[in-house]
Structure formats: structure tokens, C-alpha cells
Ligand binder design. Sequence first.
Ligand SMILES: [Zn+2]
Length: 286
Amino acid sequence: MIVTKKRATTKPIRNALRDTAHSQTVISYFRTPQQEQTMDKKIILHIPHSSTNIPLSEGYLVDFITLEKEILKLTDWYTDDLFYSKDDEMIVAEFSRIFCDPERFTDDSQEVMAQYGMGVLYEKSDNGEEIRTVTPELKEKILKSYYWKHHHKFSQAVQNHLDFYGKAVIIDCHSYPSQPLKRDLDKNPKRPDFNIGTDSFHTTKELIDISVSFFEKAGYTLGIDWPYSGSIVPIEHYHKNKNVSTIMLEINRALYLNEPSNQKSENYNQVKQIVSEYIKAIKNSL
Ligand SMILES: [Zn+2]
């Protein structure tokens, strides 16, 4: 299902933000015990693609400039800042997706992007150029020292939330270029402002409804499972534990960058504010 809507002027967005800010100030002064509990709820923000760090140069076939170009194209720029929330648990990958992609399956036979040389360890660029040779030994080394360490941290955070709150709520935080990448499965050039990704088992109807109404009120277009679908869940809970819920939020980079560069545009702070209000809306529903 896709929700498309003409973008409204920026005025209603600012008004909506102001109203929300005002009501929250009121709550902070007149909290009931129940509200206190709601405000203490924390969620997990999984941020896999914001880093530009390549910790090991082993196996790469191309020069630094070629790698930099690929990093510019594929990094979800500043998502660690756009989704920053001091009250929540942020699990941020400390390495670039060009080095190791935490959102891909380690088994190539399960990973749809492996056929393009872009499985868990990219061997080709988005254009299809060979960028790295990955031997089985190198794969094992990188998975052990980076991929599984990241996933262990993520799983541990989810387990802690289950132990403490009885449930865990994950937002999988990304951004995408306004024009499809060569290897994108969806090639439609008309892309929405924001995109939520859902999972049939772990994304509740309530999480979807809140997202649809939030972006509609804020005056932005929203794609549901378009152009990207799905959302991350630790494998041990995948389609087993309903107490783990997840939703992905992707931001169209045209909203906050002067594409194709990684320079922040003048709307950057406004987009950051919208994302922060969205996180609050999700938390208020818990
Ligand atoms: Zn991403």
C-alpha cells in the first residue's frame, strides 16, 4: 500500500511542532503516575549506515578516490545525528556499509543483493565495478570482528528491553537518494519524502497508523514498504516473539542534503525536528 499526498506548505508543519512542544511542556509539570511511566519508556534506534569508516583495507582492488565516491553515494548521511535521541538506546554501526553491511544476511543464498556482488561484504560498486576480492578467510575475519559484534550489541539491547519493559520497540533508521541507485530493486524515479518499512509479524497496525497520520499531519508524502520494505529484528526473535516490534523509517536525502553532495541543506534542522517528533509520537503510543 502506498500513501501519496501533495506536500502542504511549511506553515502547518511548524504549527504542529509548536503545538506538540507546548503540550509536552504541560505534561512535564503535571504528570500523573501513568504519564510518568509512558515518558520513561525507551526505544531502540538501530542505525546501520551512517558511518564512513573502513577499518581494514585488505581485499580492496580500487583506489581511495573510487571508494570515497562509493561512500558518498551509499552512506545514509548524518542519520546518527538526525535520529539522535539522548533518552533512547542508539545502536550505531561503527563501520561503513561499503566495508560490511549489518542489514544483509551473511548467507549469500538468503541475500537477494548477493547476486549483484552486494551481499554482506560488497565486492562490486553500485555501477557493477569490481571493488574488492573477498576470500572465505577475509569474510570470516570481518564477520567475527565487526558484523557479529554489532549484532551482539543490538541483540543485547533488545534482550535488556524485554527484561526491563516486557517488550522491545525498534526503529530501523535510514535515508535514501532521491533518484534510485543502479542496483535498487525499485526503479520508480518518483520517490516519497519518507518511507516506512514493515514486517508482517513484528510491525503492529498501530505503528503503521501512527506513522501515516503523523506524516500526513506534517505535510509530507509517505511510502509504505516503498521504495524500501521490511525492518530489522534480531534473528533469535524473528517471527517468534510478538513482544519485539519493529518499524523502519527512511528519509529521502533530497529533504536534507544538497544532492548529490553530502552537504547539509538549509532544511536540515527542520527535518531533524520532524524525525525527533516522530520518535516521540511512537514512544507516546507505547
Ligand atoms: Zn540504509
